[in-house]
Write a protein that binds this ligand. Structure first.
Ligand SMILES: *Cc1c(COP(=O)(O)O)cnc(C)c1O
Length: 220
């Protein structure tokens, strides 16, 4: 692993004020330590067990972001330390995060994963489902989670115009939700979109967090 791309990404992010989530899934702790030593503090993982193992081994001021699909029965393992869950895609999952966070006296920051791609994927809420969730009494009663924004993944395609449109739709939905449900909530401010192949398009469309793996750590 070479930190040249890390320095490059930092320069590219600066004008946008966006943050880098270094996606370290499948990569060894040594690689993470190297990027940590270069100054990176936010790392993204998509598997609970792997994130727990790395969290135990690596510096305690790392902020661990869960970016992959999260099963309800695994929330308890990450609840003590996870900094943000990007992949909330059901009320059942959100309720479990709230419950486990309460056990640890924490408030866990979450993003709603919104389905924006034109391809079949199993995960994510559509706009109506997200609005519905946010309108329930059950959501209003949750004290140990905070919805800080939205996450989305574009279609896996070379068509940059299509990717741009998909990211733009996430930004538009974010803007509408901000007004409809989070008007005076300063913490509702994150749009997590863009990976190694499309982060430049995401930044142009308003990403506040990009999730970059292979460009930093090499192919998996
Ligand atoms: C793996 C992954 C990424 C990073 O992908 P790269 O192409 O390696 O940059 C971003 N987001 C999610 C949800 C992922 O699973």
């Amino acid at each position: 692993m070479d930190t040249a791309n890390f320095e490059l990404l930092k320069k590219e992010l600066a004008p946008f004020g966006a943050r880098l989530i270094a996606v370290s899934k499948t990569k060894p702790a040594e690689d993470i330590q190297k990027l940590y030593d270069a100054g990176q503090r936010i790392f993204g993982e998509n598997k609970v067990q792997e994130m727990c193992d790395k969290q135990a081994e690596l510096p305690k001021d790392i902020q661990w972001h869960l970016i992959g699909h999260l099963q309800t029965n695994k929330v308890k393992y990450i609840a003590p330390f996870v900094a943000m869950v990007h992949s909330v895609d059901s009320m059942k999952l959100l309720a479990e995060i709230d419950k486990q966070a309460a056990k640890h006296g924490r408030v866990i920051d979450c993003l709603l994963q919104i389905y924006i791609a034109r391809e079949d994927t199993k995960f994510g809420l559509n706009a109506m489902e997200a609005l519905e969730l946010l309108g329930t009494d059950e959501f209003a009663a949750m004290k140990n989670i905070r919805i800080c924004g939205l996450m989305g993944m574009a279609t896996n395609t070379d068509n940059e115009q299509q990717i741009g449109e998909e990211f733009r739709s996430l930004k538009l939905f974010f803007d509408n939700l901000k007004v409809a449900a989070f008007k005076d909530k300063d913490y509702f401010r994150e749009i997590s979109m863009g990976m190694s192949s499309d982060y430049k398009i995401a930044l142009a469309q308003g990403a506040t967090m990009i999730r970059v793996g292979s460009m930093l750590f090499g192919a998996r």
